[in-house]
Ligand binder design. Structure first.
Ligand SMILES: NC(=O)c1ccc[n+]([C@@H]2O[C@H](COP(=O)([O-])OP(=O)(O)OC[C@H]3O[C@@H](n4cnc5c(N)ncnc54)[C@H](OP(=O)(O)O)[C@@H]3O)[C@@H](O)[C@H]2O)c1
Length: 246
């Protein structure tokens, strides 16, 4: 039987949606989890809930745009559980807009959270993975990174960039120490629309999400599948969409 028993997993963006569902599922399956996000009270409450159900979980306040926060996440994980087997880069935002709207702040924010945030995770975890002799980087990208769609150009570009970094890291890691997995969800019912500034866009995406979206647990199961494989098996990319998504 494949197992998550004794895996130590740090998860960014664990205060809601896919990150929260991933923390809960991995803990149920016997992994020790460190939940990271900016909203400390939310990750504290989720970690406490996991512990009440018999799981192992702690919270760590992290803003992924700050390199030192990712360093602290990795060191907290090691202090708590002795090592870090997996870093799940999941934190994300989606201030979607058409390019003509020139929402340059929104463009920068997505670059900072998705691309720089992921690279901050790589910088913090990679030296530790190499020192340990093993480690696994999992990133939640998006199917929006594979096909262009109106209002999603910059969002998709950052997700595509993240997949490119993963593929580069995979090619540089053929000595067998580091595994990489990029998981690209389609529509998932989460709070992601809350980060949208344009009210029409927010309403449109929320309606679409609620109409066809799948639960965040569907993505959590894909994360678990990638992690539980034996170390000589690397799940490179997984796309998880609602069956009815075009
Ligand atoms: N929902 C979908 O349909 C969908 C589809 C494809 C891909 N995705 C991707 O899935 C990932 C998770 O999103 P979700 O759908 O679960 O949305 P969500 O419920 O809004 O969760 C986003 C998470 O990211 C965290 N976050 C945002 N900025 C952060 C920062 N600077 N530092 C640390 N944490 C930050 C938020 O926590 P705090 O606010 O507490 O920091 C929150 O926990 C994102 O990367 C998103 O792009 C989602």
């Amino acid at each position: 039987m494949l197992s998550l028993h004794d895996k130590v997993v740090a998860i960014t963006g664990a205060s809601s949606g896919i990150g929260e569902a991933t923390a809960r599922l991995l803990a149920q399956r016997d992994a020790a989890v460190v939940l990271a996000a900016r909203r400390g009270e939310r990750i504290d409450a989720i970690a406490q809930d996991i512990r009440h159900e018999g799981g192992r979980a702690v919270a760590c306040v992290v803003d992924v745009t700050k390199p030192e926060d990712l360093q602290r996440l990795v060191s907290t994980t090691i202090d708590q559980y002795g090592r870090i087997d997996v870093l799940v880069n999941n934190a994300g935002i989606a201030p979607l807009s058409r390019l003509a709207d020139l929402d340059t702040d929104g463009w920068s924010a997505m670059i900072d959270v998705h691309l720089r945030g992921m690279l901050n995770g790589v910088a913090a975890a990679l030296p530790v993975f190499r020192k340990q002799g093993s480690g696994h980087l999992v990133t939640i990208a998006s199917t929006a990174g594979m096909v262009a769609a109106p209002a999603m150009a910059v969002y998709g570009a950052t997700k595509n960039a993240v997949r490119a970094v993963h593929e580069g890291l995979r090619k540089e890691s053929t000595d067998g120490v580091v595994r990489t997995t990029a998981i690209s969800p389609g529509y998932v019912i989460t709070d992601l629309a809350d980060s949208m500034t344009d009210p029409h866009m927010k309403n449109e995406i929320r309606t679409h999400m609620n109409a066809i979206g799948i639960p965040p647990a569907a993505i959590a199961r894909a994360v678990a599948f990638a992690i539980e494989q034996p170390h000589d098996v690397e799940i490179g990319e997984i796309n998880v969409r609602p069956t009815i998504q075009g």
